[in-house]
Each structure stands twice: as C-alpha cells, then as structure tokens.
Design a binder for this molecule. Sequence first.
Ligand code: BYC
Ligand code: FE
Ligand code: FE
Length: 471
Amino acid sequence: MQTIDYTQKIPNNVDLKSDRRLQRALEAWQPNYIEWWKSMGPTDFNEKDVYLRTAVSVDKDGWAQFGYVQMPEYRWGIFLEPQEKDRIIGFGDHYGEDAWQAVPGEYRNALRRIIVTQADTEPASVEQQRLLGHTAPSLYDLRNLFQVNVEEGRHLWAMVYILQSYFGRDGREESEELLERRSGNPDHPRILGTFNEPCEDWLSFFCFTCYTDRDGKFQLLSLAESGFDPLARTCRFMLTEEAHHMFVGQTGIGRVIQRTCEVMREHPDADVREHGAVPLEIVQKYITFWNSSSNDLFGGEISSNASNFFSNGLKGRAYEEKLDIDHKALEGTYSMDVWEDGGLSHQEVPLRNAMNEVLRDEYVKDNEKGIEYFNKVCERNDVSFRFRLPHRRFNRKIGMYADGRFDIDGNPVDEATWNARVGEWLPTQEDRDYVKSLMVPCYEPGKIASWIAPPAKGIDGKPFEFEYVKL
Ligand code: BYC
Ligand code: FE
Ligand code: FE
C-alpha cells in the first residue's frame, strides 16, 4: 500500500521532501490558499467540527478515513495514482510512444492552458457554494456540502502541484491567479461560464453536483488518458473523489422528488407548495438550466482546439486506452446537425474536429441514466410526471447552437417564440423566489427540512441522526 506521508506540512505520495525547491514553492503558496479558503470558502463554519473523510492512501480501500475535522485543518494533499511501468501514449499522432514524464516543449502552452482551465473550476465551485451552509436542510446535507468543498479544494492542490512542478515560474504565477479570479465577478471572473453562475439554493447545489460535477468526471476521464503522465495520474485519483460529488447531486435531486411525490400522494388535490414541497415542474426547470449550462462546458461542436489536443496526445477520449477503437482517429467522421444560416443540415465532420461532441455524447448518456432514476422515483410513488433532459441544442452559450434559438426538443424557434415560452423551460423569477423561500436551515440532528426526503442511509455506516457537524 502506498501510504501518504502525513508528517509533512503538505501530505503527499510524491516524495515532495526530496525536491526542496518545489516543496518551498508549495509551502509558500499554502498560506495564500488558506487565506483564500477562510475568506471565499464556507465562512462561519471554519471553527466547527465536521465529520469528513480524508485520503490516507490512493489504494482502493485506503483513501477514505473518517473523523471530525475543522475545515481549515483539513489535510489537503497531493496524491497521484502510482506510475504505471512503461506506459505508452494511447492516442493521437504520438500513439505508441512512451508517455511523457516532463512537459514536451512544443505543447507547453496548450497543456498549461488545459491545466489552468481545469484548476480554475475547483476554487470557483467552492466560491459558488460558499453561503449554502446557512440554509442546509439537515446536518447530513451540511456535511456532504463541506465534503464536496474540501475535495474541490484538494483538486485545486492537485493542479497547482502540476503547475508548480512542471511549469516553473509561469506555473507559480498561474497558481496565484487561481486564488485571485472570483466566481461571478464581472471584472475578474472564473474562466468557464457555468462557474460564474450563482448557486444560491440547495436545489441548484444538487443540480450543480449532478450536472456540473459530471462534466468534471468526463473532462477528468479524458485528461486521465493524457500522454503527459503526471497529469493522467493526478486525474485518475481525482476521479475517485468525483463519484461522491455526483452521488450527492443525483440522490439530492432524487430526495427532493421523493418528498414532492409523498406530498402529492397524501394531498392529491392540493398545491404541493402549501406543504412546503417543490413542484416537479420546478425541479425539471432547475435540471434543464444546469444541464444546458453544463453542456457548454464541453466546448464547441466543431473545434480545432479539441482536434489539436487530441492529435498532440494531450486529451484523449473517455476510456480511450480500454476501448478497441482507432486510436489515431485520422479517418473517421462524425455525423452532426450543423447550424448554418439559420438552418440545420446533416454533415460529416472529420472525427478529430468533433472530439468535444464525442465526449459530450458520453456525458449525455450518463445523464440519461440519471433521469431514468428520477423517473423510477415517480413510478414508485404512482406519480405520472416524467423528467427529461433538454436537447443538447437548447439554451447554449458556446458552440454553433449558441447562434440560434431552440426549444427543449432541439427544434429551431424564432426569438418571439423563445421569449414567449422560455418560462416553461427555465426557472422564472417566481420559481426562484419560491425555492428561495424554502431555504431555512434545519440543524437539529435527525430532523430535515419540509422540501426534501431523508437519505436512504447515512455516511460511513452512521445513521441519519448522527451529528455530522457539531454546531
Ligand atoms: N465557457 O474550441 P472551443 C470540473 C472557450 S469541470 C467559457 O469551442 P475547446 C468541476 C474556449 O476556452 C471540468 N468559455 O472549446 C466541476 C475557447 O477560448 P479561446 C473542467 C468557453 O477549447 C464541478 C473558445 O471558447 N475541466 O472539474 O475545445 C466542480 C472556443 O473553444 C467555454 C476542463 O474544462 C465555456 N463553457 O474546449 C468543480 C478541462 N467552452 O481559445 C470542478 C480543460 C469553451 O477562444 N478544458 N470556451 O480563448 C478543456 O479541455 C477546454 O478548455 C474546454 C473547451 C473543453 C473547456
Ligand atoms: Fe473537482
Ligand atoms: Fe467535483
């Protein structure tokens, strides 16, 4: 078992103490990080004991140890999957060559940009979620929020380690800027759109962890294939943590639906709002908003960036190494509906240029499974409502479909139709106000807010009533 050295100021499994310069650079960044955490993280909860899991090794069973921790004392560390002997690059023009242990000079800028973009999302999400602790529906949920927050903090560490060890001074400058950009700040925003959207209520939080963290899963899967081996190893370990974030989102939305269904059964003739539940139509609109915004995180449908990232061996397809496919992707094409001059036409696009769309396909497939789960909750409760994903053309801000207007089924519509119908598809101010009105904290162990059902089970074998956060 590859244990992590916790006696070090920065826990790690990369033998940091053998590289004094790097260790000093990271130790110089650490207080700035903590300062950022204390001002931009979950303020007002920094002195509370939270029942958190911490990684103690990167092995299958060893990476989750539970105990009470105050968040600023959390052992954020640097954990990479062990190096695979003789690993080769699994795709693109360098297919079959030895994986890189150092940054290839010609791809330095592109790699740096990918890593900075990935890194930027991590602190952004902590900033977006920073006030949610004040309105948690239960201590169980409060703890899950903080678990997600500290792990996103660790993901920032993971990327900063790569920047500082492999990108010298540029990497150190980028590390500082990662603590300076601010989610939603018009003058100094985070890099990607979704990470500047406000996430101020718990229904948004669950949708964010369900759909935006799931973009994280697929971006990490594609970076886990990278020919730049340290990045691949870092992302492989991050993926183990990501699963919990999506669990929080998926089951969180499911529990909101469950609660509404219960109210509908008990009071078939009432408006569920009278009983403090969220109408399923509003849940659907929140899903539609966060899913469509997260679709943008895959970039444009036809992208020369994506083609270069693939050709150069920087970013592969999800599960590239495991799949029996043409790893050079030089010959294939991808059929897509191209939006041009106000119309859709079916076109064959060279596969390498369609890599963003290939990855988005996997993402959509994963999301479909999540929707089936929500519909099972309805079925189980004899409720006829059915959830759906919006079409991927719907409400896009990035890529060719951003130039048009599409209804939730992906059909082109004119501006007037869009304006008349957008309130059926996306949350209205009234919907948001209602959801906001439900956001009152419920901190008593074993109690839960009116708008959500308790979880099927607690964390780490503990019951729901367990005092997950000592307030
Ligand atoms: N918002 O060729 P294009 C996570 C820019 S989430 C704003 O279409 P490309 C997490 C793009 O930068 C995972 N701008 O796209 C989740 C480019 O700009 P320039 C994060 C956008 O480059 C929850 C231009 O549009 N990881 O971990 O092929 C909680 C044209 O670009 C957006 C990564 O993203 C957008 N949505 O692909 C915590 C992986 N989309 O060149 C954490 C690293 C595109 O004109 N990033 N643009 O200035 C990448 O691989 C790529 O940058 C993208 C974009 C896939 C994001
Ligand atoms: Fe993350
Ligand atoms: Fe995450």
